[in-house]
Ligand binder design. Sequence first.
Ligand SMILES: [Zn+2]
Length: 568
Amino acid sequence: MKKRTLLMVLILVNVLLPSACTRRRGAPADTVLIHGRIYTVNPKEPWAQAMAFREGRIVAVGSDKAIAAYQGPATRVIDAGGHMVLPGFMDAHVHMMAGAAQLERISLNDAKTIGDFQKLVKDYAASHPAAKWIQGMGWYYSVFGKKGLPDKKFIDEVVPDRPVFLSAYDGHSSLANSKALQAAGITRKTPDPPSGTIVRDPATGEPTGFLKEAAGPLVARRIPPPTREEERERLIKAIHYASSLGFTRLISAGADAERVELFDDIRRSGGLTTRLYMARFVNPPISPDVLKLLEESRTKYSDDWIDLGTVKFLLDGVIEAHTAAMLEPYANDPGKGQLYFDPEKYKEGVAQLDRLGFTISTHAIGDRTIRLALDAYEAAKKANGHAELRDRVEHIEDPSAQDIPRFGQLGVIASMQPLHTTPNDNNLNVWAGNVGPERAQRAWPWHDILAGGATLCFGSDWPVVTLNPWPAVQILLTRETPEGTPAGGWLPKERLTLEQAIQGYTMGGAFAARRERTEGSIEIGKLADVIVVSQDLFKIAPNQIGQTKVMMTMVGGKVVYRDPSWKD
Ligand SMILES: [Zn+2]
């Protein structure tokens, strides 16, 4: 009889508590989030209203009614007020140190004409009279006409008296004014550095100020470096900025891991509010010293907050400057671009690092480079017998048709940057003109790569473009500019669904960072990394998604950002 009563109670409990994942209730939750429209990215239970957190983890997901059982007298209640709630976003390709520096410089992304460009430079110079050097980033080649030929005279006309150094939006070229060339001692007699070009006037041989690839650093290294304290302060600002945009993890694609102690210092003082998976740049052949350094830093940093288990190769340049390596010549240039490393040495380096269990990412933009990266990963997999790769190809701007299905076949992660695809003048004229009409049909083919069974993850390449993911989600769905051109989208067959786009920004990034068991979706046992956003992405037109604001960001159960206008 007693047994039977117990059974009845169990049945009753089961009926009363909705199936909603309410296992092991135990003590009340530290925090509950209620009245949400939660898109969990968990295919078994995609939608929920509420969830409970304990000790930084999600302990229950379900209806408001089910989660009420987790509310004790000391439980903090966050009322989402019907707002959409998502797993924390992840940017799979950032450069935080560079982004932090960019927060204080001229941003030229919005310049469409030489007039816009000159106004931005002139206004900045006027409002920063004490700056000894003026720096900026983000100009597009198309600002300077269809051939994309920047010239120092455009800066000299507005700032003749101080050195000015402005990087292109892709970071691969730069433009210096006369004062900056002078400060760097660059004259018509200066030879081109290895892997770089000092562009010269064909008539006079005078440097035009346009500096490609490794020629830029000839000027950049003359700029007085910031102090450590200045760097620390602006990095804290950059981390806060990332949290305000909804990021709970960032994958650094280089030039940050080298400064890991600075990030660690910020963590120890409580200022690190986003998790980091950081790649150190490596060049083949990998020396024993570099290997030792990689091993040591991985041993030291491999927790939920800072993980140095990945490395990055920079294998080619960019299409706009004809420096991405192509299988066939450019449409408007006899060259095919260039690989930065000997292919065999690169493949050996990949195999060696794969054997040691590092995940590898490779910057590969041209079709030749993309193929080489896939070949190297395939060979490493064969040699080392890993059942599952977590290697990534970064950018993938123009793959050959036969390589698109290989991402899925080999299990190689495609790490792509949606805003680079913006069908503006730069892409439709300079980019597409350089590759020609046939290859332009495969511009950033994220849908085809996904259809081949691959994992996609998305990022910004900040500070190349804005770190804000919401305009990027929009373009994944529309392939249009924010103004709606071209109507119907550039290569509309490559448009994604909203679910696919969110997947790439959450589980895709978690998978790339080997964190899919603890992050990337709202599920019991995972880390309490969630965001509340201003609008229901599923109920608005795709061209409104870019306007989304983040109302709250929570990492490990702690609220790390809250929009000042939002009261829960
Ligand atoms: Zn990058």
